[in-house]
Ligand binder design. Structure first.
Ligand code: CTP
Length: 397
């Protein structure tokens, strides 16, 4: 799986840098081509000569750079993957902010490949809000983190702040490549966000959906190698992954028109949008002035995008929907599953604290059309998206 992969191993100044030498050797053993970039601080813990000997390549560093010009852009473009191990709190902060004060950061900023980082620091630094904030920022860039204490989780010991063991990092990278092929060649359409239904030029009927769940699903599908079309209602979020094509729409009708075009060529379709069920019958051409004490707007039903497209779903297509319910959750979700011809439906109940709109977390139950029902714990939406994509991958028609 790793044979022939071109890897930049970036080493920063932590005591865990000694493990990078072993990591380098493991990667070479697995058939990778490794080029090492080190900070000056890292060289207090492991020498450039060691890393150069193990990688059988020149080591890139600021010291070396003082003697000869090294093109960090070429190095960034050469790589299939950049592994930053150990990643210190300082380097993590610089990555979050895009600072460029050494060869390692210059390489990082010019790299076009996926980035995996393995933090290493003491516990207090790790739990500091600033570090945690920076970590969230890096995850939002689509980078992967090998959690601190990763190697300790299995052993039952506590390992807060400790870098994962080299063998575990290699395993993580292998899993990364295995999973990154799981949706290769598949086309995935995802609807996300709220819809805004215009009342007049300055007002609309909308809902509190942030779009987060749909955007996370798009990211996870893209990371698994899928070709994603994300049709999003108004959302502050954006996408960075090159496998995601973002189509922005405003209203339910626009969302339907976009989905109608993309649907037939999609292998998997996920309806994660919170579509407004009704829209004003008439949109006032000018701002409505305040006059009467009571004012009412006549509403007409919007098209049900999932139900309409579900009618022409083909044998080889898989359709996933969402249901956000406040009462009789399971039976309402099952009704929607069948009415809209879905393969499975993801239920989130507004009665669960931390689930649904306006939260970074979600708690779901998946109900499929074969009668299976699986409940998951409260997780961040990225991990929830991972569970949903795993369900898609395991789902046999
Ligand atoms: N959906 C859709 N188009 C609509 C309404 C809903 O595609 N006009 C999709 C949603 O994206 C979701 C599923 O249908 O995957 C269920 O949405 P939900 O709002 O929970 O259900 P509704 O059918 O609108 O029923 P109700 O609002 O009465 O609960």
């Amino acid at each position: 799986m790793l044979k022939g992969k071109k890897i930049i191993l970036a080493v920063t100044g932590s005591i865990a840098a000694y493990k990078s030498a072993l990591l380098c050797r493991e990667l070479i053993k697995a058939g990778c081509e490794v080029k090492v970039v080190m900070t000056d601080a890292a060289q207090h813990f492991v020498s450039a000569l060691t890393m150069s000997t193990l990688s059988a390549n020149t080591v890139y560093s600021d010291w070396e750079n003082g003697k000869s010009w090294t093109n960090h852009v070429d190095l960034g473009l050469w790589a299939d993957l950049m592994i930053i191990a150990p990643a210190t709190a300082n380097t993590i902060a610089k990555m979050a902010q895009g600072q460029c004060d050494n060869m390692l950061m210059a390489t990082y900023l010019s790299a076009k490949c996926p980035v995996i980082f393995a933090p290493a620091m003491d516990r207090d630094m790790w739990i500091h809000s600033a570090t945690q904030h920076n970590i969230r920022t890096l995850l939002s860039y689509g980078h992967r983190m090998i959690p601190v204490g990763y190697g300790f989780l299995a052993s039952g010991l506590t390992g807060d702040g400790r870098m994962a063991e080299p063998a575990e990092i290699v395993q993580y990278v292998t899993d990364f490549y295995t999973e990154s092929l799981a949706l290769a060649g598949k086309k995935i359409m995802i609807t996300a966000g709220p819809t805004y239904e215009a009342i007049d030029p300055v007002r609309f009927i909308g809902n509190y959906s942030s779009g987060k769940m749909g955007y996370e699903l798009a990211q996870v599908c893209a990371e698994h190698g899928g070709e994603v079309v994300l049709i999003s209602g108004p959302s502050k979020l954006t996408v960075t992954h090159s496998n995601i094509k973002l189509i922005r729409v405003i209203s339910a009708q626009e969302m339907y028109q976009a989905a109608d075009v993309v649907f037939d060529t999609s292998d998997f379709v996920i309806f994660a949008a919170a579509v407004a069920d009704y829209r004003p019958e008439h949109v006032a051409p000018n701002k409505i002035k305040k006059k009467e004490d009571n004012f009412s707007i006549s509403l007409v039903k919007n098209i049900d995008i999932a139900a309409t497209l579900g009618k022409r779903k083909k044998e080889n297509q898989l359709m996933v929907g969402f249901a956000l319910e406040t009462d009789n959750e399971i039976s309402h979700a099952i009704q929607k599953l069948h009415k809209k011809n879905m393969d499975f439906i993801v239920l989130n109940s507004l009665n669960d604290p931390g689930a649904g709109f306006m939260h970074d977390t979600n708690k779901i139950t998946i109900i499929d059309n074969k009668g299976n029902e699986v409940s998951y714990g409260l997780k961040n939406k990225r991990d929830v998206a991972g569970d949903i994509v795993d369900y898609i991958l395991k789902f046999k028609k």
